[in-house]
Design a protein around this ligand. Structure first.
Ligand code: BTN
Length: 279
């Protein structure tokens, strides 16, 4: 199935009640208005939640509207890709999950489009220039600033929804000491406070544009923009695991399906899912 969509692992159990979103979030979303496209219905906010992706998936299973937005100030069981956790201390980051109901074609490039949109939105809101690393991480130099966990919900009829979970480090407190040497945040890069609401609103506005392109057969626009933002990663050596072995090569780009192209001694390899590590 599609590139880098996982099937999701739910943590079921009683859920806290939503609370009022902080004023900076409400104000920024209201100011962005119709630029938010499908994400203009407001946000379901939690002071503390296990994982916003779990709440969004439950709402999606219950038939919520496309564009439903779930966010929290703090996650106690934030998930990253490849079974990793996403440390989500109170107020230190943006922890947001979006429910989308894409066509199969749009779903294939959705996670790339989400990483691209986060990079674009951060720049629009703060001026900070970031780049993307395949499949959907956002980096400044060699330090990660944001990541995406896209989880598909399926039934016998096929793809029902995709929950796109975005974690953006806003304050340095968003990362634990053991990953501090390879993580960064918007405020540590800029050396000044930023408006968390504006960052969220601009990321959503960017995703509204990119998602509309995917839905209307303009995937090439998304791939071109992604490629421009990934340029600093081209030529870098990477390693990855496949068939129980570690492989390595040099990044060349992506193809029309969003697969990463890596040159190895044996020729160009397509990587369709998973992660690659810089070496
Ligand atoms: C990664 O880079 O490994 C992906 C990180 C995704 C984290 C976000 S935070 C909001 C949403 N809820 C989760 O539990 N995970 C995603």
């Amino acid at each position: 199935m599609s590139t880098n969509l996982s099937s999701g692992t739910r943590h079921l159990g009683p859920e806290p009640s939503p609370s009022s979103p902080p004023p900076e979030i409400v104000d920024a979303l209201a100011r962005a208005g119709s630029r938010l496209g499908p994400f203009s219905h407001g946000v379901i906010w939690f002071a503390t939640i296990g994982s916003t992706n779990d709440v969004a998936a439950r709402l999606a299973d219950g038939g919520c509207a496309e564009g439903t937005l779930v966010s929290a100030d703090h996650q106690t069981a934030g998930r990253g890709r490849q079974g990793r956790s996403w440390v989500s201390p109170p107020g230190a980051g943006l922890y947001v999950s979006l429910v989308l109901r894409p066509t199969r074609e749009a779903a294939a490039l959705l996670s790339l489009a989400a990483g691209l949109s986060i990079s674009e939105g951060i720049e629009a809101a703060t001026g900070l220039k970031t780049h993307v690393k395949w499949p959907n991480d956002v980096y400044v130099s060699s330090r990660k600033l944001a990541g995406i966990l896209a989880e598909a919900g399926t039934s016998a009829g096929g793809l029902q929804h995709v929950v796109v979970g975005c974690g953006i480090n806003v304050l340095p407190a968003a990362y634990p000491p053991e990953v501090a040497h390879r993580a960064t945040s918007i405020e540590s890069e800029l050396g000044r406070p930023v408006d968390r609401g504006l960052v969220l609103a601009e990321c959503l506005a960017a995703l509204a544009v990119r998602y509309a392109a995917l839905r209307t057969g303009r995937s090439a626009e998304v791939l071109d923009a992604w490629t421009r933002r990934a340029a600093p990663t081209f030529g870098r050596r990477v390693e990855w695991d496949a068939h129980g072995e570690a492989w390595s090569g040099r990044v060349e780009g992506i193809d029309a399906d969003g697969a990463l192209l890596v040159r190895t001694a044996a020729g160009v390899t397509r990587i369709v899912a998973g992660d690659v590590r810089w070496i």
